[in-house]
Ligand binder design. Structure first.
Ligand code: GLN
Length: 200
């Protein structure tokens, strides 16, 4: 039984819970969902999801509830995290916004709402390293990754990185949890999105 922690102080929690349950099933694993709203729960989790939402709120609550340090310890122990959109902002090393005190678990600098200034939200087929077919990427007031530090870039949109991996941490500017497609969750937590390639 895998214990999947979904950071649930704010953001699209149930969508990530559904996605990780479906992804795990494809790999023959049962999942227990743990909604993280206070400290003391992260240390028992095998994997963590940092949802999209509003990064200044998520950041403030992670620190005030004492969850931030536990997430850093989770990553230091080599355990995996998927951080999407606001989650990516919170996971970064620099969010260029004094209201976000980033966790520094993903070595990128981000620009909040940079895509939003151009176009509020859009969906685009995205080529992602490790996926055989394009991924339907949903961008909603998405952050731009403007300094991709020492990370592997898994996907770019218009030349800019929008999916990155830094050791056990995968971050996306877009929202894989808002589609029926769980290949990004599979990639982040089960090393492969394709095997065992059963029908979903
Ligand atoms: N723009 C939001 C922020 O800066 C993130 C948007 C999202 O998660 N869809 O927090």
């Amino acid at each position: 039984m895998l214990r999947a922690g979904v950071v649930a102080v704010q953001g699209d929690v149930s969508e990530h819970a559904d996605a990780i349950e479906r992804a795990a099933r494809l790999h023959g694993e049962d999942v227990e969902i743990v909604e993280i709203r206070q400290s003391g729960l992260v240390p028992d989790c095998d994997l963590l999801l940092l949802p999209g939402g509003e990064s200044t709120t998520i950041s403030r609550l992670l620190h005030s509830e004492g969850i931030a340090a536990e997430i850093r310890a989770h990553v230091d122990a080599g355990k995996p995290v998927l951080a999407t959109c606001a989650g990516l902002i919170v996971a970064s090393t620099d969010a260029k916004d004094a209201r976000v005190d980033p966790l520094g678990i993903l070595d990128v600098t981000v620009d909040r709402n940079a895509f939003g200034r151009q176009k509020d939200s859009f969906e685009a087929p995205l080529d992602v390293d490790g996926l055989a077919e394009p991924f339907p990427a949903v961008f909603i007031r998405a952050p731009l990754i403007d300094d991709a530090g020492d990370v592997a870039v898994l996907a770019r949109w218009d030349g800019d990185p929008v999916a990155v991996r830094d050791g056990p941490v995968v971050g996306t500017s877009f929202h894989p949890e808002l589609t029926d497609d769980v290949r990004i969750h599979r990639l982040a937590f089960f090393a492969s999105s394709e095997a065992p390639a059963e029908a979903e």
